[in-house]
Design a protein around this ligand. Structure first.
Ligand code: NDP
Length: 432
């Protein structure tokens, strides 16, 4: 805390991982040698820069840009860019730290990073968003590259923004190499990338349920956030009934459950018109609870997919009272430490984001491979690899997270499995 004053999210993430690692490191003390742990919690490089741009009224706006290059131990830095007013050093350092373990779990050669800006795209015209992205790149371009650092999207950075950023990168560098993932299909994007985080989270939950002798078919599901859209699609395909959708303004509750037709309307509202969940509710005459999150709704499975700390201890206790059996994180650290404790103490199957939402970055890794080979794989090929990667992550969690009584701590499993891979690579490369 003394080294990182005013960085509560970063300290929260490090504390959570270190708590998991401690028993393992006590049994394998070589992982505490060569200053390994001190080096692991210190980003390799932190870049902060000014982003000035001119809005539609001709006024100058000044935002802050960041890139945290946390670890390149197993490959180029890799992780998304977030544009949201809540972005600061603490949030991005926590995300870059987590990303390092998550990327290791995918088994693909990617290090960890994260970046973004306190720019708020809400209410900005497409021209303003483009000018902001271009200004952001006039600094970031010096620090990224296909073998150095490959950013992607995150909150507030979708396909449109990646297009503007990648376009400016190409113009400044005079190179068409893969410096961004999440690109449009017309300029090097991968099929299944938009779906990957949601699909992957549902695949992971199904693996957990199967290991516990259950299946998702017939279960009720609540979701929050945007990543959730494709999670809704895949959960429906596996026979579950999805009864909520949400954004930061509130929650739609639909006890009859989503259908493919309803999901098409939600996607039209959110992805085509950049609209609100309340507009979706209005269009279909569904019940909308303004200002509420979905966690008071009784369900068998919850997929929190919006943002960090959206489920606290009280929300978790409510979910448990209502009979929840499985919680898989689509977002990064949506459950705070108290919530995780409640789930783990009550026998709920709980998956941390670094395991369950790794399908997004894994498919970004597959986009990098396709770009390097100058090839495009089919939907089936990418989806098949995604499923295999999620099943592989599940197996690693079992290997390192199975307790003596046969139950599984997926957070311990994911933390230790990710750590072992990064730590082995760091030890092999000497003190750098
Ligand atoms: P989007 O911007 O597409 O969606 C974010 C969603 O979360 C929106 O519904 C937004 O509501 C809501 N939200 C954002 N901030 C808050 C807040 N402070 N309080 C309540 N709701 C909020 O981002 P993504 O879907 O890309 O990312 C969501 C989460 O998933 C993040 O934690 C991200 O790190 C994680 N993730 C994303 C991956 C990806 O492939 N995109 C991969 C792995 C993890 P509103 O629209 O009202 O602002």
């Amino acid at each position: 805390e003394q080294r990182n004053p005013g960085q509560p999210e970063f300290i929260q993430a490090v504390a959570e991982v270190m708590e998991s690692l401690w028993p393992f490191i006590s049994e394998h003390p070589r992982y505490a040698e060569h200053g390994l742990l001190d080096r692991l919690v210190e980003p390799e490089r932190v870049i902060q820069f000014r982003v000035s741009w001119v809005d539609d009224r001709g006024e100058v706006q000044v935002n802050r840009g960041f890139r945290i290059q946390h670890s390149s131990a197993i490959g180029p830095f890799k992780g998304g860019l977030r544009f949201h007013p809540s972005v600061n050093l603490s949030v991005l350092k926590f995300l870059a730290f987590e990303q390092t373990f998550k990327n290791a779990l995918t088994t693909l050669p990617m290090g960890g990073g994260k970046g973004g800006s306190d720019f708020d795209p809400k209410g900005r015209s497409p021209g303003e968003v483009m000018r902001f992205c271009q200004s952001f790149m006039t600094e970031l371009y010096r620090h990224v590259g296909s073998d150095t650092d490959v950013p992607a999207g995150d909150i507030g950075v979708g396909g449109r923004e990646i297009g503007f950023l990648a376009g400016m990168m190409k113009k400044l560098s005079n190179k068409a190499s893969c410096v961004f993932t999440g690109k449009g299909l017309s300029f090097g994007g991968s099929l299944i990338r938009p779906e990957a985080t949601g699909y992957g989270t549902v695949y992971f939950a199904e693996e957990m349920l199967r290991h516990a002798g259950k299946t998702m078919a017939g279960m009720t599901v609540s979701v929050s956030g945007n990543v959730a859209q494709y999670g809704i699609e895949k959960a429906m395909a596996l026979g579950a009934k999805v009864i909520t959708a949400s954004d930061s303004s509130g929650t739609v509750i639909d006890e009859a459950g989503f259908t493919p037709e309803k999901l098409a309307v939600l996607m039209d509202v959110k992805n085509v018109h950049y609209g609100r969940v309340s507009e979706y509710a209005e269009r279909l005459g569904l019940y909308f609870e303004a200002g509420k999150r979905p966690w008071h709704v009784p369900v068998d499975i919850a997929f929190p997919c919006a943002t960090q700390n959206e489920i606290d201890g009280d929300d978790a206790a409510m979910l448990v009272r209502n009979g929840v059996k499985c919680v898989a994180e689509g977002a990064n650290m949506p459950c705070n430490a108290a919530a995780v404790r409640v789930f783990e103490q009550n026998g709920v199957l709980y998956a941390p984001g670094k395991a369950s939402n790794a399908g997004g970055v894994a498919t970004s890794g597959l986009e990098m491979s396709q770009n390097a080979m100058r090839l495009s794989w089919t939907r089936e090929e990418v989806d098949g690899r995604l499923l295999e990667i999620m099943q592989g992550i599940h197996r690693m969690c079992l290997q390192y997270g199975t307790r003596p009584d046969g139950t599984v701590s997926y957070s311990d499993g994911a933390n230790v499995a990710g750590f072992v891979k990064v730590a082995d690579a760091m030890l092999a490369q000497g003190v750098i």
